[in-house]
Design a protein around this ligand. Structure first.
Ligand SMILES: CC(=O)[C@@H](O)[C@H](O)COP(=O)(O)O
Ligand SMILES: NCC(=O)COP(=O)(O)O
Length: 237
């Protein structure tokens, strides 16, 4: 069974575009859980252009499913995560000026740094995941950081699949095999959608969780959050 964690960054982006409190991010998170999603993901960035640090503080006591905080572990992010103790922290090496996440960790080059931060999160009872490119070497290296899981960066798969090329799944299948061999849990995310999620899930053994935001919110503009979330849940069974 693969859990669906809904990334609500885009809801905050819409709110921020007017400066008020519409749509209300807390209500959206509660409704999304009510519609059956098994987790809420947020990805605060230093410029707070979508989810704000205060949103994370407000969401932490309200989220009753798995709360997943993603981001680059700069000091203020580490402090925020330790203060709010989510179910999971997903470490993403995103540059401050990146429009969205665009690369996974080099878990060999940044091993010592990752070991240190992951240790601190785990000592505080927070499950850890690191965002990695679909490169089996990086999955193998991830185990040496002490992380519980990896999140496979699915943009390359989504792009190829949209062009009709199903072979884009192959590196992910290889990564999943390696992850299972070395005992790492497997999450996935980025550009997953109603169109590609079933093919991805059906081909990746042991897929524990997907976090989906951009496409899910775009699809909901036409069909509504409840219907879209239910479609994902049925495709992820
Ligand atoms: C790690 C990842 O792929 C997502 O968190 C993605 O970065 C979503 O963030 P945005 O909503 O800012 O694009
Ligand atoms: N970790 C991926 C995520 O949270 C959502 O990414 P996207 O669906 O907005 O591309």
């Amino acid at each position: 069974m693969t859990k669906l964690s809904v990334n609500i960054n885009k809801i905050a982006t819409l709110r921020n575009s007017r400066g008020g409190d519409v749509p209300n991010v807390l209500k959206a998170a509660k409704d999304i859980e009510g519609f059956g999603a098994e987790g809420i993901t947020v990805h605060p960035r230093p410029d707070e252009r979508h989810i704000r640090y205060q949103d994370v503080r407000d969401l932490a006591p309200v989220v009753t499913t798995e709360f997943n905080i993603e981001g680059n572990p700069i000091k203020q992010f580490i402090d925020l995560v330790l203060e709010n103790k989510p179910t999971q922290v997903t470490l993403v090496p995103d540059a401050e000026d990146a429009i969205t996440s665009n690369a996974g960790w080099d878990a060999i080059k940044h091993k010592d740094f990752l070991v240190e931060v992951i240790k601190e999160f785990k000592q505080n009872g927070i499950r850890t995941s690191i965002f990695v490119d679909p490169n089996p070497k990086m999955v193998e290296a991830a185990v040496n950081t002490g992380t519980d899981r990896v999140e496979l960066y699915t943009e390359a798969f989504a792009e190829k699949y949209a062009q009709g090329n199903e072979n884009g799944i192959l590196p992910y299948v290889e990564c999943a095999k390696v992850a299972q061999e070395v005992g790492l849990g497997i999450n996935a995310g980025h550009d997953l959608s109603l169109k590609n999620i079933k093919f991805f899930k059906d081909n990746i053994p042991g897929l524990l969780e997907v976090s989906i935001g951009h496409a899910l919110i775009a699809e909901s503009l036409y069909e509504g959050l409840e219907s879209v979330i239910n479609q994902y849940l049925s495709l992820l069974k």
